[in-house]
Write a protein that binds this ligand. Structure first.
Ligand SMILES: [Zn+2]
Length: 194
């Protein structure tokens, strides 16, 4: 078995406000008892340190079974990050300008090199501070890879992400409250496994 994670990524937070927004969310989650204030060895990223579930963590999830795995914490990541879903492949990407969906895998779910060509290296370029410009194979117009959307939210480019390790599925209401506290920013939720 592996470790499951859910990452709520803020698509609108800027480099300037990501840290403040992340700290504000963490304060709220601690105050509401959803995570513990103390940072302990309980996540699989960020050198292992995060906030373990708090006494009222069940308020955030659909199925409040106790979490017994040691890696059950929250990690708040700030700064330019390409979030991904771990195992598997991205199935398709959608152009932000013409909404054409580009299939990236074949019928056996293997990546298709020719389909990937316009995207090659762009995620790394963006992560390293560049624009990662992709020329859309359909409309031929350029746009930053951070503006493309991905099937099943396989990838998300953002400045702020909250990763919950091995929690039951976060409720719609909880995600809505996160968005409200982010000032109505757009978010996507990645669900993956390591
Ligand atoms: Zn296009």
């Amino acid at each position: 078995m592996g470790d499951y994670f859910q990452t709520i990524v803020d698509l609108d937070a800027t480099e300037q406000d990501a840290a403040r927004l992340g700290a504000g969310l963490l304060d709220w989650l601690i105050a509401d008892g959803i995570v513990s204030a103390e940072r302990t060895d309980c996540v699989l990223d960020n050198d292992g340190y995060g906030n373990a579930p708090g006494p009222d963590y069940a308020k955030a999830v659909d199925d409040p079974e106790p979490v017994e795995l040691w890696s059950n914490g929250l990690h708040v990541a700030t700064g330019r990050t390409v979030f991904d879903s771990g195992q598997g492949e991205a199935g398709a990407a959608t152009c932000p300008l013409c909404a054409t969906e580009i299939r990236l895998v074949d019928d056996t779910w293997c990546p298709v090199d020719s389909a990937w060509a316009p995207f090659a290296g762009r995620l790394d370029a963006w992560a390293n501070g560049g624009e990662g410009v992709v020329e859309c194979p359909s409309c031929r117009r350029p746009s930053g890879i951070d503006r493309w959307s991905w099937e099943d939210d396989y990838y998300a480019c953002g400045q702020l992400g909250l990763t919950f390790w091995n929690w039951a599925e976060l409720t719609y209401g909880f995600e809505q409250e996160v968005r409200r506290r982010l000032g109505g920013h757009r978010t996507v939720t990645l669900r993956g496994k390591l």
